[in-house]
Design a protein around this ligand. Structure first.
Ligand SMILES: Nc1ncnc2c1ncn2[C@@H]1O[C@H](COP(=O)(O)OP(=O)(O)OP(=O)(O)O)[C@@H](O)[C@H]1O
Length: 443
């Protein structure tokens, strides 16, 4: 039995989901808000959390943060409307396993849950093994320059900061740096600092001895020691607390670590690669990140391009992800219709390669035959891809209308297609809304 907690304010959807999952060996509890979910999480332990992004008393990110602060390792899947994807990708930075887009497709949900639970089985925070054939590099000028930089810096022992928006492939870049280094035969350990609680981070990195704190029932090796001779990849390094930053700086400068509660110093030889999609310079100004540590980590900087800035690679990635999804889902999608292709190429992919991979996987899943059609893409992608400024140039009237249309669709979505509610949100009366729906051809 998989103990699953659903946090979702749409009660009928939560009931539907719960009924569906119980057929697949889940024992489901559900609550509609953040507060009761936090209470429940302190009373019971769960194997899986399914959290709606938008909740009546806040966003699902609050639950995510609290779960991680408590040091719980429960896999979390965020459920989000397409319009919230831009912010929902943040949840991955904060340690969510993945997000799925509403309306939830049952097969997609089961697939994501399966992967989340498999990852939990691996238990180790540093477990993602990168399978080379799952990745491609791209042919664009920006991709070539990127891998040229990676090849140049890989054989050195320089600390590298990899910067890039969420989902641009920072982890893959870090692994490539390791594979092309002299350390390639030694461990590559990846730690998601976003998923570590403050208390857990120091012990995860530097280890502890039995009795160092409540709950330390045996000695534990830190990942620095495990990675000795190899590479330690610290993802979302901006999330480390100030105290851990001090310890990290010391470890890097003196090449020794001291497990919590121990008086013994252990010599370590580890190359550090960090990744961030925060602006660390800004965090330094805010006093949240140590400047001396930043300079120690930033001996070389690699900037990963956003997917929208490497449109020459987009077709390659689409074909690659279709191939992977065909294999994984046992489908045989050989092509995409012209309309579908146009949309895939026009959309700006705020969640980058991760979002593209998810959208393609969903598309392949929904395609029984050889040709993927536009209705296998999330409907809202159409609207997002037709953003006013891009499509309409300086035509003010057309821009205003297009903006209005986007706002209306957004409000309808948020109001779960309740037109009275949507009209209220838009501060217009119902009749005006109906007239506008007709005018813009919104169903
Ligand atoms: N070069 C690549 N080839 C194929 N797929 C890729 C590549 N880079 C990234 N991906 C896809 O994008 C997903 C996200 O990549 P990755 O976790 O490396 O991004 P990230 O920048 O570290 O994200 P985050 O900032 O959220 O941690 C991967 O799971 C994979 O599906």
């Amino acid at each position: 039995m998989i103990k699953t907690l659903i946090v979702e304010d749409d009660v009928s959807f939560a009931e539907l989901l719960s009924g569906f999952l119980s057929k697949y060996d889940h024992q489901v509890s559900f609550v509609p808000k953040i507060q009761p979910s936090l209470r429940l999480l302190t009373q019971e332990s769960f194997d899986l959390l399914l959290i709606d992004y938008r909740l009546p008393d806040g966003t699902g990110l609050e639950i995510l943060k609290l779960v991680r602060e408590k040091g719980l390792n429960t896999p979390i899947i965020m459920m989000t409307s397409f319009n919230d994807v831009r912010t929902a990708v943040k949840s991955i930075q904060l340690g969510a396993f993945d997000y799925i887009i509403k309306p939830v497709n049952p097969d997609e949900l089961l697939l994501t849950i399966k992967k989340a639970l498999e990852k939990k089985e691996d238990k180790n925070l540093s477990s993602k093994t990168i399978i080379e054939e799952d990745f491609i590099r791209g042919n664009s000028a920006v991709a070539k320059k990127l891998y040229q930089h990676i090849s140049l810096v890989a054989p050195t022992d320089m600390s590298v900061i990899i910067q890039g928006e969420s989902g641009t492939g920072k982890e893959y870049a870090a692994q490539t740096l390791h594979n092309e280094s002299k350390r390639s035969k030694k461990p590559f350990i990846s730690i998601d600092c976003g998923a570590l609680s403050k208390d857990l981070a120091a012990s995860e990195l530097f280890g502890h001895i039995k009795g160092a704190f409540t709950g330390a029932i045996t000695d534990k090796k830190g990942q620095f020691e495990v990675a000795n001779g190899g590479t330690l990849f610290l993802d979302e390094v901006g999330n480390l607390s100030y105290e851990v930053q001090v310890k990290l700086l010391r470890a890097l400068q003196e090449k020794v670590i001291q497990p919590l509660g121990s008086t013994k110093q252990i010599a370590v030889d580890v190359r550090i690669i960090t990744a961030t999609n925060d602006d660390l310079l800004n965090s330094i100004q805010q006093g949240e990140f140590r400047e001396d540590l930043y300079h120690r980590l930033n001996q070389f900087k690699i900037q990963l391009p956003a997917l929208r800035d490497r449109s020459d690679d987009l077709k390659l990635f689409i074909a690659h992800f279709i191939k992977l999804a065909n294999k994984e889902l046992d489908r045989n999608v050989l092509e995409v219709s012209k309309e579908t292709k146009n949309l895939l190429l026009r959309y700006d992919w705020p969640g980058n390669l991760r979002e593209l991979n998810n959208v393609i996987k969903r598309m392949v899943l929904l395609t029984a035959g050889a040709t993927a059609d536009i209705d296998a893409l999330p409907e809202e992608m159409l609207f997002a891809a037709n953003e006013p400024a891009k499509a309409l140039g300086s035509d003010l009237k057309a821009n205003n209308e297009s903006n209005e249309k986007t706002l209306i669709i957004d409000a309808l979505h948020k109001a779960k297609y309740n037109k009275s509610k949507a009209a209220k949100m838009l501060n217009i009366d119902r009749k005006t809304l109906y007239a506008k729906l007709e005018r813009y051809g919104i169903e």
